[in-house]
Design a protein around this ligand. Structure first.
Ligand SMILES: [Zn+2]
Length: 319
């Protein structure tokens, strides 16, 4: 019999270190699932509960279950394997000896650092009932020709000479606010974010409404995103290519795939109008390496980005 305090110690070995000891290659709290044919990592680790779960085949559990399933062991030998691998003394007789065990030390778990939260207390009241100054209306509707219902959906507001572009997540929490100065003096930046803001995917709430097979456009900045939405397309935007490193886009899109198809094996219908410049090309290629199915649309040679194209389309229609 293994004592209960000994079992607790085995259960509290960091689950990702157990997975690594089993030869699984853990990256960003995920790995290829050893329990089904997996080509895209579907097995996730939850550090808070110290458990694993595969979203495709449904296997789940803690450290001992992981060892039992991965090595095909019964409960007792799986406990002995863990104890021997991680050098945890357990008071049992006739413990099986395992060959080929590489002894491991338990490393301290790096707790994910809580990112600094931007202070949005001043902006929040302005965004609950957003109002638009004449300057903001002029920019949004006359100069850019955006559709009113789109601006309303995005809950864009204004204060002074700033346009306030809120970033919401799918649950409706305010993540940050991008401020665009509509009357900037030379040397002043066009866009600002509150201090402590993280790089975020823009227009995340639209993902809740994407239907199976429906095109989802990925734009390079908010203005292109608003222009795409104004043409009746569904669109999100990423403020910079560095966002791709965070895995946030992948996580959001995987959530959509699971909602629509129950797994991440059916690709989404992604589309893009790359900007006609080097960063635009670079971003498209980075996205294409993540999503080979992404459809490329070419802007006309006299349009540098989709906003530009949209303005020309609007003027073309009104002439
Ligand atoms: Zn699986």
């Amino acid at each position: 019999m293994i004592e209960s305090f000994e079992l607790e110690r085995l259960k509290s070995i960091p689950i990702e270190q157990v997975a690594e000891a089993l030869g699984l290659n853990v990256n960003r709290h995920k790995c290829l699932c050893p329990f089904h044919e997996d080509s895209h990592p579907s097995l996730s680790f939850h550090l808070r509960t110290n458990t694993f779960k595969c979203f495709v085949c449904g296997e789940s559990g803690g450290t001992i279950t992981l060892v039992m399933k991965a090595l095909g062991l019964e409960f007792f030998p799986a406990c002995c394997w863990l104890a021997q691998t991680f050098g945890i003394p357990i008071s049992v007789e006739k413990a099986p000896r395992f060959r080929d065990i590489r002894p491991r030390t338990i490393r301290p778990v790096q707790k994910p650092v809580e990112p600094e939260k931007p202070d949005l207390s001043r902006l929040w009241p302005l965004l609950q009932k957003p109002s638009l100054t004449p300057l903001a209306r002029d920019f949004l509707f006359r100069e850019r020709g955006y559709r009113k219902e789109v601006v309303h959906w995005l809950r864009i507001g204004s204060a002074g000479t700033d346009l306030l572009i809120p970033y919401w997540n799918q649950q409706g929490d305010l993540l940050t606010v991008q401020m665009r100065n509509l009357m900037r003096r030379p040397g002043e930046p066009r866009f600002r974010f509150p201090r402590g803001s993280q790089c975020q995917v823009y227009n995340q709430p639209i993902l809740r409404y994407l239907k199976a097979g429906e095109p989802l456009f990925i734009a390079e900045g908010v203005t292109d995103c608003i222009a795409l939405l104004s043409t009746g397309q569904k669109a999100i935007s990423i403020p910079s290519a560095t966002l791709l490193k965070s895995g946030q886009l992948e996580e959001l899109l995987e959530g959509v795939q699971r909602r629509l198809y129950g797994s991440i094996s059916t690709p989404l219908n992604l589309q893009m109008f790359p900007d006609r410049d080097e960063p635009g090309e670079e971003l498209f290629h980075q996205l294409q390496s993540l999503y080979p199915q992404i459809v490329r649309h070419q802007l006309p040679s006299d349009c540098k980005d989709f906003s530009d194209y949209y303005i020309k389309l609007k003027h073309g229609n009104s002439n």
